[in-house]
Ligand binder design. Sequence first.
Ligand code: AMP
Length: 279
Amino acid sequence: MKLVKTRQELADIVTQWHRAGETIGVVPTMGSLHAGHLALVKALDGKATRRIVTIFVNPIQFNNPDDFHLYPRGLEADAALLEETGGVDILYAPDETQIYAPGFSTRVVVSGLDAMLCGGDRPGHFDGVATIVTKLFMQTRADIAAFGEKDFQQLCIVRRLVQDLDLPVSILPVPTVREADQLALSSRNRRLTPVQRARAAHLPASLHTCIAELKAGKNLETCLKTCWHDLEEAGFTVHYLELRSGKNLQATQPSDPSARLFVAASLGDVRLIDNMPLC
Ligand code: AMP
């Protein structure tokens, strides 16, 4: 695996690959890699002849400067993990100068999908995501890119932008990888204290319970209220808990086969998100 830090070096390599008829698979990440990220790399097996993992903590998608500064970083450990796992040709870890040159003033805005759920209380977040994803697709010349269902709204937004801008990239969704206690793997989990980490398991457990009750035919509003209350009892501050269509993220009913339960909740200053399908 080669560590590449400049867009020029990356451009030279990917241009050659394209000339040679290679298929380029890309996994965009913000680093602090874990088994969830590795599952995205693995999902490209048989779908790409070359694989690039990108690591860039994207400042323009953080609307809270503290969250940006506290976001865990560790390039050496990430590189070692990828090297040990194998199958990655390039780790592209640009610094900000390679992404946002002085005077940078463009934003990619995916209207509609960006204002709900995580977009509701994080204004501008998904503009930052859509902008960096578009830039990384162009810089890596990706043919296929893997995204986790863990960030389901992000996945929907990326699919929409690829379709709307005619970007020549296939989007590969990858199911959420979870710990033994069902907590979705996340780089943010490292910021939880041991007590918070133990409590965090209430998040997937509450979703499972809520889904079971919905499947048993209980009233949607009542189930959501109970689940919200259970999470607060467990020490969470709940930002949203909603049933939405997995197709277009619109509010939906349990009878919708694409329905998913979406949650964002914080323990202390660590914001966790999760989502699960009803079916
Ligand atoms: P991040 O580094 O958190 O921005 O995530 C980079 C990519 O990894 C995104 O496509 C995420 O959805 C995906 N990802 C993060 N956590 C998981 C997980 N637990 N399971 C599957 N994919 C994940």
